[in-house]
Design a binder for this molecule. Structure first.
Ligand code: SF4
Ligand code: SF4
Length: 174
């Protein structure tokens, strides 16, 4: 499940370029890896276009078994933070004070996985307040009452309220 990290890999091709071999994208490499792992019998891939289905099927037809050497090469690039990414599943989206949690969590991976600076995070939030994911929000991050409902629902066991605290500080210009 989630072989493309909930879309994080396709939307960060450059950052995940280390996954890829010659003449392939990071997305193709991630699919090839999952399909080529002998321990995995089914790859549950989310599709939005026919071309994506064709691409995954073509990879499934020719994916070689992933060797220990390949695993080691990939492991050396990965930090523990990859165990803590938001997959965008949306199961947390039932906040009693109407905070748009999945929208705020869209920024989480940028910080946790790619270490973006606080300044970059403030700019991204500012842009999305005016033009993007956070337009029309009914409540902002600072409204969190730490009830824990979202964290109980989170498939990745993420500390969402702690993240919102950080976001609230950025939103207030700190
Ligand atoms: S912990 Fe905060 S964000 Fe999560 S459901 Fe409760 S109020 Fe909403
Ligand atoms: S439930 Fe967890 S993993 Fe899913 S969107 Fe919410 S924060 Fe992300």
């Amino acid at each position: 499940m989630n072989p493309l990290a909930g879309g994080a890999i396709p939307s960060h091709e450059k950052e995940f370029a280390f996954l890829a071999g010659p003449r392939e994208t990071a997305t193709q490499a991630a699919l090839r890896f999952v399909i080529g792992c002998p321990e995995i019998s089914v790859a549950l891939v989310g599709f939005t276009t026919r071309a994506q289905v064709d691409e995954a099927c073509a990879l499934a037809d020719c994916a070689a078994v992933v060797t220990a050497a390949v695993r080691e090469r990939l492991r050396s690039h990965l930090g523990g933070n990859l165990n803590e990414i938001c997959t965008g599943c949306g199961y947390c989206d039932d906040c009693p004070v109407d905070i748009p949690i999945p929208a705020y969590m869209q920024f989480y991976n940028d910080k946790v996985m790619f270490g973006k600076s606080d300044d970059d995070m403030r700019k991204a939030l500012g842009f999305h307040h005016d033009w993007g994911l956070l337009v029309g929000r009914k409540a902002s991050a600072e409204a969190c009452v730490t009830c824990g409902k979202c964290e109980s629902a989170c498939t990745q066991h993420l500390r969402i309220s702690k993240w919102l605290e950080t976001v609230a500080a950025w939103e207030s210009g700190k």
